[in-house]
Write a protein that binds this ligand. Structure first.
Ligand SMILES: [Fe+2]
Length: 226
């Protein structure tokens, strides 16, 4: 009778693959990093290293550049939104706001000139995202009234973003003593607020048109007929 051959259990390789660091090496590197940070912190505190922190002025400029990019993107998007709108009043509102946006870009240029800073090449990622969502909606196969309601929702998200942005930069301009710039930014903030209100008014009218029948309020319990 043949003796069964004993299967060898696969031995785990103790060899490290190239590029794999040992625990000791990792611990040493971590220690070096911590030590380096600690040493530099000490040097910062004693004044040996001068660290440049972002100032309110820097933040003000960055936020202005963000808004400048947002407005430029909106200039391209508004005609497309107007074209997608089925209601004449909504189309008109988008085109009116485009004209206002041209003026808002001019105001921002004046602000940059006043504070002696260039508008820069920054891309506002938030506006890019908001407009991408709006663009998606424009290609959606929706009823005409519903399409308009969706376009208003997209436009109001944009307006609210701008209102938040302009409200902030107006306040920073005041804090930094740029009175003329603050005045210009307030003018745009007022325009954005009015545009948002106009969209709300339009939405109220369009929402009614878009609803096929009154929506039943199921939250209230019904009274039993006696
Ligand atoms: Fe705007």
């Amino acid at each position: 009778m043949a003796t069964p051959t004993k299967k060898r259990s696969p031995r785990k390789s103790t060899r490290r693959k190239s590029g794999q660091a040992s625990t000791k090496t990792l611990a040493r590197s971590a220690g070096e990093v911590v030590g380096g940070v600690w040493n530099n912190l000490g040097r910062i505190l004693t004044g040996d290293i001068h660290v440049e922190f972002m100032t309110l002025h820097d933040f003000f400029v960055a936020e202005l550049q963000d808004l400048f990019s947002a407005e430029q993107q909106l200039l391209d998007a508004l005609p497309k939104m107007a074209q997608a709108a089925t209601s004449r009043s909504l189309r008109k509102a988008f085109l009116t706001h485009r004209r206002e946006t041209v003026g808002q870009v001019k105001r921002l240029r004046k602000v940059f000139h006043l504070i002696k800073v260039k508008p820069g090449e920054k891309t506002c990622k938030a506006m890019k995202g908001l407009l991408a969502e709006g663009d998606e909606w424009m290609h959606e196969n929706a009823e005409p009234g519903v399409k308009d309601v969706g376009l208003i929702a997209a436009a109001q998200r944009v307006e609210h973003y701008e209102i938040a942005g302009y409200g902030c930069v107006r306040t920073y301009a005041e804090l930094l003593g740029h009175a003329q710039a603050a005045k210009l930014l307030q003018a745009t903030l007022d325009e954005e607020g009015a545009a948002d209100k106009k969209l709300t008014d339009l939405a109220t009218r369009l929402n009614v048109r878009a609803a096929p029948e009154p929506i039943e309020d199921t939250a209230r319990p019904r009274r039993k007929a006696r």
